[in-house]
Design a protein around this ligand. Structure first.
Ligand SMILES: [Zn+2]
Length: 368
């Protein structure tokens, strides 16, 4: 039997073990993808070590399991019913799986599938294991199956290493789209120097947002993000006065139009609350960062001010294709990322490298 290399986690807190596994056969509407790069998102370390404690309602796959959220590669073998992709096509695999038969799926709203599950990561419902069983291949292996509808076609000018960043970029893209971010709007990116936040800044610029406020703790990183577009980006260093006061001072007392909150698990709720108070009447706050602390919100004030608070996670393959088109046309600049590439056999080194990132600029990638 033909085999491939795959990294599997056998127990929580243990290392990944690189093993030889049978090469899967794609079902008729699936494709077999030869992985060229898999992104190591910062939260993967949390998922592998702490997820069951932090968020017991978000199940991991049964172990041993192949993790890895963001895979990009070439199509090795299209299933017999696949019409629009062929062997050799370059793709990003959106890992979001939907059941196909719940009311949301049948209403063409698979992101709100009650069993929505990220292959190679975690699921959102008690039936997630059914989808893990159907697609047991995260990106930390040589060959993976994926549903054809999950594919994003990559332009020639997007490298596999850049495409391995599409997960968080797509998450930021969907959040900005929900907030209708564009010309004439001001946007606060809370946590604007991290992996998600930097993506939100790049996409906000690409969508024509004229004014982007970024918050962060590291002055040097904030300055580096500002240098991407110094006339449009304004720095709000955390700990140097409230976000609300400074944004209001900069907007004639009015406040910002949009908040994209990219604060991750472990961030303080007070920073999100501060940023919400920086919003104008009628503004939208989109939370896509995954902060875990409970937030005591002044819902009366938010009602008075007609402020919408939107939870948003992940993005559709269609959004991913729009993202790819932004990169193809140059409205999204992916050249800012510094790729740290590790071979699959050294995957544990890549995981250990997560805390040593240079903010969102570092892109940790595993390649077979
Ligand atoms: Zn469903």
């Amino acid at each position: 039997m033909a085999t491939m290399k795959a990294a599997r986690l056998h127990k929580i807190g243990g290392p990944m073990i690189v093993e030889d596994l049978p090469i899967p056969e794609p079902r008729p509407t699936d494709v077999l993808v030869r992985v060229k790069a898999c992104g190591i998102v910062p939260n993967l370390g949390n998922v592998l070590a702490k997820w069951q404690t932090w968020f017991p309602e978000l199940p991991l796959p049964n172990l041993p399991a192949i993790f890895g959220l963001d895979a990009a590669g070439t199509i090795e073998q299209p299933g017999s019913l696949v019409q629009h992709f062929k062997r050799g096509d370059r793709v990003y695999v959106n890992p979001g799986l939907a059941c196909g038969s719940c009311p949301s799926c049948r209403a063409n709203d698979p992101l709100n599938c009650r069993n929505y599950t990220f292959k190679g990561y975690f699921g959102f419902g008690p039936e997630a294991q059914k989808l893990f069983d159907a697609y047991p291949y995260g990106g930390l292996c040589e060959l993976m199956t994926a549903p054809q509808q999950n594919l994003v076609r990559l332009p020639d000018n997007v490298t596999f290493e850049q495409a391995a960043r599409f997960g968080y970029l797509g998450t930021a893209f969907a959040a900005l789209k929900k907030a209708n971010a564009g010309p004439g709007r001001s946007v606060i990116v809370n946590g604007g120097t991290g992996t998600l936040g930097l993506g939100a800044v790049l996409i906000a610029l690409g969508r024509g947002v004229p004014r982007v406020f970024i918050t962060g703790r590291n002055r040097a990183l904030l300055e580096r993000v500002k240098a991407l577009s110094s006339a449009r980006i304004e720095i709000l260093e955390i700990g140097k006065g409230t976000i609300a006061e400074r944004v209001r001072a900069a907007t004639d007392g009015v406040g910002a139009d949009i908040l994209i909150d990219c604060l991750g698990p472990g961030s303080p709720a007070a920073t999100m609350i501060d940023a919400i108070y920086a919003l104008r009447r009628g503004a939208k706050a989109v939370n896509c960062g995954g902060m875990g602390e409970k937030v005591a919100m002044d819902v009366h004030w938010m009602m008075d001010e007609q402020i919408e608070f939107i939870g948003s996670n992940w993005f559709s393959p269609g959004d991913g294709q729009d993202l790819a088109e932004m990169a193809r046309s140059g409205t999204l600049d992916l050249s800012v990322f510094e790729h740290r590439v590790t071979r699959l056999v050294q995957v544990n080194d890549a995981l250990a490298d997560i805390p040593n990132r240079n903010g969102g600029f570092t892109n940790i990638v595993v390649t077979p």
